[in-house]
Design a protein around this ligand. Structure first.
Ligand code: HEC
Length: 142
């Protein structure tokens, strides 16, 4: 076991040599990538994720209600306000307006975020996917 520190020192030395060519700020770049999503979410990515919703929702202007309400212009719309859709008591009592934050919380885990909701959907797990999805919802308002 007395050899271990020597081997470790050797390994560090080799690692150090390998890094000699890299820019001095390399570790900082590595740190940033932990917080920032690897891919920048876009509305186009969100359109792909919205495929998980189309079994129950339309999003075109004046689109019909299905199992869920039409989602055209849902960002900025009062919760449970789409004409002709019969919302659950839980959704009717929620109040407020759908914005990026309330949508993010609801879509992550609908049945946990709003117990009693009739939206039988497990949720969109990935935060980057949710961000892209919300950008897409936001873009579908004209
Ligand atoms: C299995 C069917 C189903 C799926 C899949 C589904 N939803 Fe829903 N959604 C519903 C139902 C039903 C409601 C009404 C819930 C209530 O009244 O409690 C709803 C409500 C909503 C609302 C609130 C709308 C309003 O007018 O207040 C939003 C926003 C929403 N869904 C977004 C989504 C998105 C985005 C997806 C895909 C990631 C999705 N839903 C997937 C059935 C579904």
């Amino acid at each position: 076991m007395r050899l271990a520190p020597v081997l470790l020192a050797g390994a560090l030395l080799l690692a150090g040599c390998g890094k000699a060519d890299e820019p001095a700020d390399a570790p900082a770049t590595g740190e940033a990538s932990i917080d920032e999503p690897a891919v920048e979410p876009t509305a186009a990515m969100g359109e792909q994720i919205f495929k998980r919703c189309v079994a129950c929702h339309t999003i075109d202007k004046n689109g019909s209600n299905g199992i869920g309400p039409n989602l055209h212009g849902v960002v900025g719309r009062a919760v449970a306000s789409h004409p002709g859709f019969s919302y659950s008591g839980a959704m009717k009592n929620k109040g407020g307006v759908w914005d990026a934050a309330t949508l993010d919380a609801y879509l992550a885990a609908p049945m946990k975020a709003l117990p009693g909701t009739r939206m039988a959907f497990a949720g969109v797990n990935d935060a980057t996917d949710r961000k892209a999805l919300i950008l897409y919802l936001e873009s579908q308002s004209k």
